[in-house]
Design a protein around this ligand. Sequence first.
Ligand code: DGY
Length: 325
Amino acid sequence: MGETSRPWRVVAVRRLSEAQLAELSAVADVEYFEEVTDENRADFLAALSRAHGLIGGKLELDEAMLTEAPALQVVSTISVGYDHLPLAAMNRRGILLCNTPNVLTETTADTAFALIMATQRRLVELANRVRDGEWQTHVGREHFGVDVHGKTLGIVGAGRIGAAIARRGAMGFGMPILYTAASSKPELEASLGARRLELDALLAESDIVCLSVPYNDDTHHLIDAAALARMKPSAALINVARGKVVDEPALIEALQRGGIRAAGLDVFAEEPLLARSPLTAMDNVVATPHIGSATHETREAMAQLAVDNLVGALAGDGPLTAINE
Ligand code: DGY
């Protein structure tokens, strides 16, 4: 970056520790917003209009806001996904975008597996029965779950997170692994015996379909009514990717009529999920509030990588993980 505009000015939003804010403050004047709300939005926009760097989780930024931020050079998002950011407009302006891959891979795969376990074994539904005092006799067939071990696990999008889910399935639970990917993954095939299939064949063969693709124009409603119809009625759908990868009304319809058996969902078309969504009231749905990477350790590591990216981009040798360098 150029040397002309020191000191750097940075706007930071959410999820940064005091130590991380101190690191930023060593190279920049930092304006920190714990949250951007209707009350402080004008202050946030004023700060952004002066800023060279923007860092935070769940950043709300659109093309119009970029126009009002003429000095902005770097956006460092505390997330691996960046579908919420206007990348094309940033590219036109030459604004660098950094994200936080790798550090959340294993934790997000853990979340996928938690959802797999919970949906197969009906953990939430049955634990709620205990909590509600409804455990009066031994559990009968109507409350039996479905095995996890040995079931065929279909991974839609075998990138870093998909591969980590596949490892858990194959090595921990003896699951045959199917996957889709733009190109074959020889390491997954050699180490796990994974088989690459076209999406339609994967949907038809899998007992559990796990979505771990980035959200973009190509993956919008990738799982629509036709895709759901290809799944086994006994199958479960797990989504730790983005809500809009699935046509949510079509999923609700499939779950309601038994087109598929269950769903474990960490992401939704609109977040937070409205309490009145049918998904919140279905026993065969386990819904979690977008917690894929939400552990103390991983959120700390993500925030640190985002800080390192921003400091590296503005005042150092460059970012560690940039999207559009
Ligand atoms: C990510 O990092 O993209 C997670 O989904 C959190 O938004």
